[in-house]
Design a protein around this ligand. Structure first.
Ligand SMILES: [Zn+2]
Length: 279
């Protein structure tokens, strides 16, 4: 015979089953301009000597995602100290930045302290340049990339001083292993795509009207790398890079998602021009 307690439990379970589904979160996404990178010789983006002798311009982009009243900043671009400086074209990578993130946030009515989380695709300097502008934010980054900050010497592209605040234990860190459902409702997911770095991730944002958006991180830097499988010679792992490239494109195809390659200037138009947002 069922006890009273077990009857109550059964009734509660039945009620939960018949309860209306939780309303979908209100999602909104903005693309911010987080710099440009002029590349003297694009062959650094292929270990099979593709793109040799080609010049190129890459964008650096950041994204604000509003999930109801929570804000996630995806990547933090180039350092704000570059604003007002001319790019040094003698360098292999000549970087420039027109406006810092807070001045762009101000245009859409968001204060830096409203950004509760910064999600970082990977540990390179061009994705962490303005992280320190958000000291109250929880830092989410691939666990392997977080561990890399503690290595000596640091690998190419990694500048641990950009996350000193979190390395010193002054800010919250959430190292992400595997895939992660950021808000717990499946609407925004960090997806493990190792290869460029050991802890590289992409971000899937399931917008209601525009449909899913897949932000590439640096799984690839530009469209042509997908077509001719261009793997930068400085990547952490060649085989993993190719596997992650396949995962990225398969997800985009399968979900009919808009793939936004974060460094590809030809992909800027895939999202509304700032300050307009995608919903
Ligand atoms: Zn990058």
């Amino acid at each position: 015979m069922k006890t009273f307690a077990s009857l109550i439990t059964t009734a509660a379970a039945l009620l939960a089953l018949s309860a209306p589904a939780k309303a979908a979160p209100d999602l909104e996404l903005w693309r911010l301009d987080c710099g440009t990178v002029q590349v003297k010789d694009m062959s650094i983006f292929s270990d099979t000597f593709a793109y040799a002798g080609e010049h190129g311009t890459l964008t650096d982009s950041c994204y604000v995602i509003r999930h109801d009243s929570d804000y996630l900043l995806w990547d933090t671009g180039l350092p704000a100290a570059l604003v007002g400086q001319k790019p040094d074209l003698s360098q292999p990578l000549a970087v420039a930045l027109d406006a810092d993130i807070p001045s762009q946030l101000a245009k859409i009515g968001i204060k830096p302290e409203q950004i509760a989380t910064i999600g970082i695709s990977h540990n390179h300097f061009d994705h962490l340049g303005q992280a320190a502008t958000f000291p109250r934010a929880k830092l989410m980054i691939g666990a392997a990339d977080w561990e890399t900050f503690k290595k000596k010497p640091l690998p190419f592209g990694v500048d641990a001083t950009l996350v000193k605040h979190w390395l010193d234990g002054k800010g919250k860190v959430d190292p992400v292993s595997g895939d992660r459902d950021v808000f717990g409702d499946g609407s925004v997911m960090m997806l493990a795509m190792p290869g460029h770095t050991e802890g590289e991730t992409a971000l899937l944002v399931k917008l209601l009207q525009k449909g899913p958006i897949l932000l590439s991180g640096d799984v690839v830097h530009f469209e042509k790398q997908i077509d001719n499988r261009g793997v930068p010679g400085f990547n952490a792992d060649r085989a993993e890079t190719l596997a992650s490239m396949e995962r990225l494109t398969k997800i985009a195809d399968g979900l009919k998602a808009t793939l936004v390659i974060q460094h590809d200037p030809s992909h800027v138009s895939r999202l509304p021009a700032f300050p307009a947002s995608a919903k």
